[in-house]
Design a protein around this ligand. Sequence first.
Ligand code: FMN
Length: 414
Amino acid sequence: MKRVDDFRLRLGNQELVPIVIGGMGVDISTAELSLEAARLGGIGHISDAMVPTVSDRRFNTKYVRNKLAQYKFNVANPDKSVVKFDLGLLAEATKLHVSRTMEAKRGPGLVFINCMEKLTMNAPKDTLRVRLSAALDAGIDGVTLAAGLHLGTFSLIEDHPRYNDAKLGIIVSSLRALQIFLKKNSRHGRLPDYVVVEGPLAGGHLGFGMDWAKYDLAAIVAEIHAWLVAEKLDIPLIPAGGIFTGSDAANFLEMGAGAVQVATRFTVTHECGLPEDVQQEYFKASEDQIEVNQISPTGYPMRMLKNSPAIGSGIRPNCEAYGYLLDASGNCQYIEAYNREVAAHPEARKVKVFDKTCLCTHMRNFDCWTCGHYTYRLKDTTRKNEDGSYQLLTAEHVFHDYQFSTDGKIALPE
Ligand SMILES: Cc1cc2nc3c(=O)[nH]c(=O)nc-3n(C[C@H](O)[C@H](O)[C@H](O)COP(=O)(O)O)c2cc1C
């Protein structure tokens, strides 16, 4: 039986170990994690979710404090349309995050940025253009377009000097989404360099409805692969979602995939941004503690641990400080849900909101424990300490386990 190391992903003139660590916002896939993937010859992702916030934590900048000070007058106002991002500062934060990461890159692999269209930031087109251009300016190797159909995204950057030299990819969950993306972007002079096909077992937001369990990653990959062959389009496919062992990965590579994208196994590594107490929650989780729910104000279903503090929390919307999910008119589904509960309980000092969550605040504070379907298997990938906690892994250990293991085996740490 073949193993992942028998394959290589060819992107332009580069040959890579066909392992991609997927983007995990907000700073769960840290620069450190992405740099390990690159050092080991694969591809890592940083995320451009809430970059000003991430920059404050990473570089001690004051973007969030200053934005809150600027819009403090609006905190009690349910209308958030005035709360805008300063595009110059957004570019500055993105350049800082990306350039510092790229300066630290060693080894033969690549670092990409995961860029989510659903981060509409009260001015969807302008903020997306700025985030993409700034990342390209700062030398990112590639951009993975995520959480959205990205029908107009290539047009936002087609004049950028690095438009053709940077690697550009898109995440889809169906052949139909890929067909629409290719049709809409066909006027902009290039194809994507790779397509991530994300199935229903992934972490984060899902590109499926609540009937996600009906879908099967291998079937979607096979359908897209057959269509690309029929259309004579040579674009590497990168399946993602539930690929838990090196053998799972090798099976997809034998089917013709160019690489695999994985994430859940890396959530319990030292290099991952999750605090260690949260990582222990991931280790401890049982299968029935993992759910797909609809509390994300983006409107996409999201997978998470049922004991996430974000669920049911009724905090006041924090859009003056954050506001990453405000649509073009300053609305967010959480604001509506929160105001409804406040109106229904006028005497209450604190309300509970169960149908939506303030995703910006809770992702920022690592209180929304989004995870892949197989998180309950993480405990089988390590050793238990004497105090009952689980031993964290290194990203190198997990990467090499994917690269070299066979027969469905998982190597435990020393
Ligand atoms: C904690 C966590 C956070 C994630 N956040 C994002 C994200 O911000 N954007 C995105 O496109 N995908 C996100 N994903 C999806 C991963 O990038 C990846 O495609 C998927 O989880 C792979 O499946 P696996 O976790 O079963 O290996 C996230 C996944 C996890 C586990």
